[in-house]
Write a protein that binds this ligand. Structure first.
Ligand code: BGC
Length: 747
């Protein structure tokens, strides 16, 4: 037991006897344990089932209130010696913290009495934006919105709170963060990424891992993180979830691998495998990725868990295995440690057969079981699994909500503000309407109380919708069109709008993720465009609020609206943060973590190649997004000057200092994200026009000027060459901050 834990328990008046069941095993104990385990016990450790399999009810439809079915637990823990359980009946509904604690206690007690090995159960859950399967938990903005803060310290804090609140339920393992790069805007899980840029996503990945795990996952306020989904999941050709990705290895290593490398370097304990295929090989059957790359090259020592039913999908969907037994053989030999089966035990039966037939050596099981036992030991599960609820007084507290609010306030991105229509004035008469105005489900998105996040019966009480938050600010000057009104109907009483001098139209994407979130088109619906035209005809400024999962196309109405505020899915505090931005109490400072496309078939990223700039008239202006990566307006106006560099000639091992002065030329306090980009002028692999290499978010008082200083390694100009090695080539590099440029030579 750690000194920290002993101290915490002491402060709570609890003795270690009350909560501690056993001692943590040493490495030697783990080896001894392994030697004493039967094949059946080892296979059990490699099997993960959903709570639905051991709860009353049926797997994807648990009876509520949820309780354990002792007979089913006997099958899982005694007969199959299962080592891991996840989630809540296919994500079918959140539970109260106390319900979770009771279930977790029950699982540990039944496992102890039914499974004589004494190995604790490892429970894992999806807590994507806070402890989202627990009622009353703090719900943060989704990861894409967190990236839009460009504030890695704040993002780390958000993940610390999430770890605290997940552990408060007795659960020690979180299937988060998503480290897939968001370069395919059609993808239904775009909102779960940290955006399109390798550097920004890398810094956010590190913050997430450090926030979740701290220095020690035995700490009862920390969880083991799970990097997902390894590798290349987000880049399917069609944009539809779990459909084929086609990528050469250089691209894979240049864009899709670095976030995982960064998270492994930050100490992430577990990884989840990509459900899809790359170049015709499903990743669950790909030993090159799961063993050669992950284990031999990246030296990852932690646990690799499959995604949902993905071993069986090698037969059912991918058709690379003729039957489930072959599928189990392929996946285990490719390198999985733990199989999220998750609704039956067939994986376990088949794996035992494969070992008994001599096709899979027992030593192969030992590799995985050792990793799993070490993870359980590192989490302190042999000592203590569920901690007293008094240890978590901050669960769902005002203090945590404030951090969620701050994250939302720094994420929300102002994309257009014609004639300074924003901030609103206190004497403005406002009309608020649009589907996203009326429910917090449009603020939170998927992974909120249920898997898809659409069930409004679960909303956290006391959290304000967008309409309520605006009304609370604007007092009697705000009129909300009732949600029962059909805005597109000819019968709509337009006089409701006539009393206003500004219209706030809030459009939201219905929450969705994974396959149910597949769409064929980034356009808004015809009805939504028609509505904007109809409201525009009234001749009043329209402020468009976008609560979207991904960049839906705004070009068709861009000239019909005066302001655009992009909220992403900004969590339970998003409504209040938005209202404070609209009324000028908060100065917006979010910046896009992706390039906002103008047209449906023009998905070009900001870090494009020069050929992508070549236009039909042979000028270099083809890159023409609606809004650039890193873009976002403020109510202040910042100017940049005096960019300086410490050296003009550097060796490949060198470090360069870059400085610039930034001034707030307004009478408001404002935050600005200072972004440093580089352009490798000539390289053996076609270089990008620009690439982000550093950023810092600063706060400036009215008329204040500050110097911002970046220290960058020349190695940051490196790239993956034809031989698939990371290299830094000699040559000229241009450094850019805003409009300022400096040139250096790397020799
Ligand atoms: C998702 C994963 C998730 C898992 C468990 C899968 O369908 O792809 O991201 O962690 O389910 O809920």
């Amino acid at each position: 037991m750690t000194r920290f834990l002993r101290y915490t328990l002491f402060c709570l008046g609890l003795t270690s006897m009350q909560v501690v069941s056993a001692q943590s095993p040493s490495d030697r104990d783990i080896e001894r344990m392994l030697r004493g385990m039967s094949v059946k016990e080892k296979v059990g450790q490699m099997t993960q089932i959903d709570l639905g399999v051991i709860g009353r009810g049926v797997p994807c439809a648990l009876q509520h209130p949820v309780s354990l079915d002792t007979a089913k637990c006997r099958i899982a823990f005694q007969q199959y010696r299962v080592g891991s359980v996840l989630n809540v009946g296919c994500g079918s509904g959140a539970l109260y913290r106390q319900e979770w604690a009771t279930i977790l206690q029950g699982i540990h007690q039944l496992n102890q009495s039914m499974n004589t090995s004494g190995i604790p159960i490892l429970y894992g859950i999806d807590a994507i934006h806070g402890a989202n399967y627990t009622k009353g938990a703090t719900l943060f903005p989704q990861p894409l919105a967190q990236a839009a803060t460009w504030n890695s310290g704040l993002v780390k804090q958000a993940h610390e709170v999430c770890a605290y609140e997940v552990r408060a339920t007795g659960i020690p393992w979180n299937f988060s963060p998503v480290l897939d790069l968001g370069r395919q805007p059609l993808w239904s899980r775009f909102f779960e990424t940290f955006g399109e840029d390798v550097y920004l996503a890398k810094t956010m990945s590190r913050s997430a891992i450090e926030g979740y795990q701290g220095n020690d996952i035995q700490n009862p306020f920390k969880v083991a993180a799970c990097m997902k989904h390894f590798l290349g999941y987000s880049n399917s050709v069609s944009g539809r979830d779990r459909t084929p990705a086609s990528m050469d290895e250089r691209t894979l290593r240049e864009y899709y691998l670095p976030t995982f490398e960064e998270a492994i370097a930050a100490g992430a304990h577990t990884i989840m495998i990509n459900s899809g295929e790359i170049n015709g090989t499903p990743v669950h059957a790909n030993a090159d990725i799961l063993t050669d790359l992950l284990r031999n090259e990246l030296q990852f020592k932690g646990v690799a868990v499959t995604d949902w039913e993905d071993v069986y999908k090698l037969v059912d969907l991918h058709r690379v295995a003729a039957n489930r037994k072959e599928a189990v053989y392929m996946a285990v030999m490719a390198g999985i440690d733990l199989c999220m089966t998750p609704n039956d035990f067939e994986f376990a039966d088949l794996l035992i057969e494969l070992v008994e037939e001599g096709r899979i050596p027992e030593a192969r099981l030992d590799l995985s079981v050792r990793r799993l036992l070490i993870l359980k030991r590192n989490l302190g599960l042999f000592e203590q699994t569920v901690f007293p609820s008094e240890m978590y007084p901050l669960f769902g507290s005002k203090q945590h909500a404030d951090i969620a609010y701050q994250t939302a306030a720094e994420a929300i991105t102002l994309l257009k503000n014609e004639n300074n229509v924003l901030p609103l004035q206190t004497n403005d008469n406002i009309v608020v309407c649009g589907n996203a105005a009326y429910s917090t489900i449009y603020l939170n998105g998927a992974w909120t109380h249920t898997w898809q996040g659409t069930d409004a019966s679960y909303v956290n009480p006391g959290k304000l919708t967008i309409a309520e938050a605006i009304q609370a600010q604007g007092n009697n000057k705000v009129f909300v069109i009732p949600s029962s009104q059909n805005l597109n109907s000819d019968a709509l009483d337009m006089s409701l709008f006539r009393q206003a001098n500004k219209i706030i139209l809030c459009l939201g994407e219905t929450p969705s993720t994974e396959v149910p979130g597949n769409i064929n088109d980034l356009h808004l619906s015809n009805n939504e465009y028609a509505l904007i035209h109809r409201l525009h005809a009234l001749g009043k400024p329209i402020i468009l609020v976008c609560a979207f999962n991904r960049p839906r196309l705004l070009e068709p109405i861009i000239n019909k609206v005066s302001a655009i505020v992009y909220t992403y899915w900004s969590g339970d505090e998003g409504g209040c943060a938005l209202a404070d931005i609209l009324y000028g109490k908060v100065n917006p400072s979010g910046k896009l973590p992706f390039t906002y496309p103008r047209y449906a078939n023009a998905f070009v990223h900001y870090d494009r190649k020069r050929t992508e700039d070549l236009d039909t008239d042979f000028s270099m202006k083809a890159y023409n997004p609606l809004f650039d990566f890193g873009y976002g307006l403020s109510y202040s106006n910042f100017t940049y000057s005096n960019m300086q560099i410490s050296d003009t000639v550097l060796g490949t091992n060198g470090t360069i200092e870059v400085r610039v002065r930034v001034k707030n030329n307004s009478q408001r306090v404002g935050k600005e994200v200072v972004q440093l980009y580089y352009n490798d002028l000539v390289a053996s692999i076609t270089p990008s026009v620009k690439k982000l290499m550093a950023y810092e978010k600063i706060e400036l008082k009215p008329m204040e000027e500050k110097e911002v200083r970046f220290e960058c390694k020349v190695a940051q100009f490196s790239f993956i060459n034809k031989e698939l090695e990371r290299t830094t080539e000699p040559g000229f590099i241009e450094l850019m901050i805003h409009e300022n440029k400096q040139r250096i030579y790397v020799q």
